[in-house]
Design a protein around this ligand. Structure first.
Ligand SMILES: [Zn+2]
Length: 191
């Protein structure tokens, strides 16, 4: 094992993740930013701001103050909701600390090249983010085919639940009257 990669938190993006990428930078889409407890090297838990990306092959990135400020400068907002769907380029920069110089992950202080136009959710207007190996357009088309409307993940989940509830209600209405002593439906118990 590469000792330079040891002792790092494998659950989050690190400078070592950028070693093999072309130009040493990656451009990713912000899927969400939230605070969570991160377990450090000594098992100590620390509350950190973590940025999740729409591209599933990339781990989330812990945002320090420097990187938060860079994102705010790029997009002129500090609102995590408004940052969803925005793209950032991540680079490494040499940082002087603890008497040495090491590579730190940094948000590039330059807007990424023009992003793919994201399709907007027909319900809430939020961008439909790329998922898995689907682009925004493909994800929108897939959703439209499935449930009749191009929706963001959040809205699609709500609609899918509604459809399921309606189908269950219809099934219940069609079904023979059930004895009141029956406690649970068998298909629910199986899940
Ligand atoms: Zn939506």
């Amino acid at each position: 094992m590469d000792i330079m990669k040891m002792g790092k938190n494998p659950n989050y993006l690190g400078s070592w993740d950028l070693e093999d990428v072309p130009n040493g930078e990656i451009t990713l889409t912000i899927a969400g930013i939230r605070d969570e407890a991160v377990t450090g090297a000594e098992g100590r838990k620390e509350n950190c701001t973590v940025c999740y990306f729409a591209e599933p092959q990339y781990k989330p990135m812990i945002l320090n103050i420097t990187n938060k400020k860079r994102i705010i400068k790029l997009y002129k907002t500090r609102d995590s909701d408004k940052l969803r769907g925005r793209r950032v380029t991540i680079i490494t920069e040499p940082v002087r600390a603890f008497g040495g110089v090491y590579d730190a992950l940094r948000i590039k202080p330059v807007l990424p090249p023009a992003a793919e136009e994201f399709v907007k959710c027909e319900n809430c207007g939020e961008p439909i983010l790329p998922t898995g190996n689907m682009t925004s357009k493909q994800a929108a088309a897939y959703c439209k085919k499935k449930i009749g409307k191009a929706l963001c993940l959040k809205c699609a989940k709500v609609v899918a639940e509604e459809i399921k509830a309606k189908q269950e209600a219809a099934l219940m209405a069609d079904a023979e009257p059930v004895e009141t002593t029956e406690k649970e439906k068998p298909d629910e118990a199986e899940q």
